[in-house]
Design a protein around this ligand. Structure first.
Ligand code: SAM
Length: 221
């Protein structure tokens, strides 16, 4: 249960020295010159983060994962990459947490420029829709954490869930869809399937995917 992992009481209590020790050698710094900008929600085994780490070497990023063993695996994976590639992978980390409860404890208003929800659990039954990581209510929280112009990336192989995520985003006043040419030009879009473990599995089985990529906007009155 939640009591087994510590939760920072506010974003300035997130200890960057634990996550990015080479970049933040001391823990007594509460105001950081640089903040986490990308969050991979339900990061699983961390494939996307590993790819993003070298694609955006100057951006701090974190995976949020509920399962303890999976989180430990990702930690070990990052540590091994840091040892094998001195100076690289210093900008990527992972934390075990329940993202549906604790996003505001980690990120302040407008802090994030990208959020990822890749192959989230579908929760098929109607009564379980409230457990979905994209919902009208949670989109309010994500809109708060994202900066204006920040992007939310979603993808799934479950058509019904894809429609649900798109409908939630479409119906929210603070999100607008990226145009086709913007999707084409964004190198991150290609990684949604190719870099994630789930995406690779779906591709191996020849499955279809459904993506929705939206920008955080200021609602027009
Ligand atoms: N995004 C990864 C990928 O595409 O390979 C993993 C997808 S996996 C199907 C969904 C992941 O979300 C699981 O690892 C699960 O433990 C995690 N998860 C589910 N609910 C969560 C929550 N409330 N907070 C954080 N992680 C969660």
């Amino acid at each position: 249960s939640d009591s087994h992992f510590p939760v920072p009481i506010s974003p300035c209590h997130v200890d960057y020295s634990l996550h990015y020790p080479q970049l933040f050698p001391s823990s007594d710094q509460t105001v950081h010159s640089k903040k986490i900008q990308f969050a991979d929600i339900g990061c699983g085994f961390g494939g996307l983060l590993i790819s993003l780490s070298t694609l955006f070497p100057d951006t701090l990023m974190i995976g949020m994962e509920l399962r303890d063993k999976v989180t430990e695996y990702v930690k070990e994976r990052i540590l091994a990459l840091r040892v094998e590639n001195p100076g690289q992978y210093q900008n990527v980390s992972v934390v075990r947490t329940n993202s549906m409860k604790y996003i505001p404890n980690y990120f302040e208003k407008g802090q994030l420029s990208k959020m990822f929800f890749l192959f989230p659990d579908p929760h098929f039954k109607e009564k379980n829709h409230r457990r979905r990581v994209i919902s009208p209510h949670l989109l309010d929280e994500y809109a708060y954490a994202l900066c204006t112009g920040g992007i939310i990336y979603t993808i799934t192989d479950v058509e019904e869930l894809g429609e649900w995520m798109k409908a939630c985003l479409e119906g929210h006043p603070m999100f607008e869809a990226l145009r086709d040419e913007e999707l084409e030009a964004d190198p991150v879009v290609k990684l949604l399937s190719s870099a994630t473990e789930e995406g690779q599995k779906v591709a191996r089985n020849g499955g279809q995917t459904f993506q929705a990529v939206y920008r955080r906007v200021v609602p027009s009155l």
